[in-house]
Design a protein around this ligand. Structure first.
Ligand code: CA
Length: 245
């Protein structure tokens, strides 16, 4: 799949990564895709560069030598709303949840493919730029169409009847397609409830919603649970939803 040039926003990116090999290959891959890339090898350098250079997006390694990446994220959030995609080791669910709760916009697990990271970056940028203009009112993901102001949902052209809470949950995910949202965030934003440890509210509504969308937890396509982290609505980058052109 080769998206056309106009679908490909060239962005100023900051990559904060202490591992030189990873940094070099990520930078090369992102530059090949037309982005302007700066780098930082430590948290403090990353924080300074993020504040001074005002990049469009920061790719942040959570394991940095001088400071935990999550700590850096909290410091950065105190002074900047720059979109952040965190990169972390595969066995690090707690760190991912903490990073999402601290304001990361998305994450990739190491080792990641450069095209996967770039797809995440594009999705986050599109969302950030969309928020700046007007938020989309109709979201289409594969066969699913969600009319946000009209509170109407169709699947392959057929209406789907949802309860108000199911719609609110889907709408919250649809406002950020392709992005993982933690259950803590859903509970806070959709239900206005504080997170109180193990809570089945979100899981139960997700399973009802999934059934109405004609899929099961074992074979998700549109609603994808990321175990230990949260859930995402498939995004436009999920090219398995639609046949290749
Ligand atoms: Ca590292």
């Amino acid at each position: 799949m080769t998206p056309s040039e106009e679908e490909r926003p060239v962005a100023q990116l900051l990559v904060v990564e202490d591992d030189e090999r990873i940094r070099t290959s990520v930078v090369r891959a992102l530059r090949e895709r037309g982005h302007v890339v700066r780098t930082a090898a430590t948290a403090m350098e990353g924080l300074r560069t993020a504040v001074e250079d005002r990049p469009d997006l920061v790719v942040l390694d959570l394991g940095l030598p001088d400071m935990d990446g999550g700590e850096l994220l909290r410091m950065l959030r105190a002074v900047s709303t720059v979109p952040v995609v965190v990169a972390t080791a595969r066995d690090d669910d707690d760190a991912v949840v903490a990073a999402l709760d601290a304001g990361a916009d998305d994450y990739v697990l190491k080792p990641f493919r450069a095209d996967h990271l770039e797809a995440r970056i594009r999705a986050v940028l599109r969302r950030a730029r969309g928020d700046a203009d007007t938020a989309p009112t109709v979201v289409t993901v594969g066969p699913l169409t969600i009319d946000l102001p009209g509170r109407r949902v169709t699947l392959a052209g057929r209406p789907v009847e949802l309860t108000p809470k199911e719609f609110d949950l889907l709408a919250y995910l649809a406002a950020r397609p392709g992005t993982v949202v933690s259950k803590r965030e859903l509970l806070a934003e959709v239900w206005q409830l504080p997170y109180g440890g193990p809570d089945k509210t979100v899981d139960v509504h997700l399973s009802w919603l999934r059934r109405k969308l004609g899929e099961s937890g074992g074979a998700p396509r549109l609603l994808q649970t990321v175990r230990g982290v949260g859930v995402r609505l498939a995004g436009p980058e999920d090219d398995d939803l639609e046949p290749e052109p």
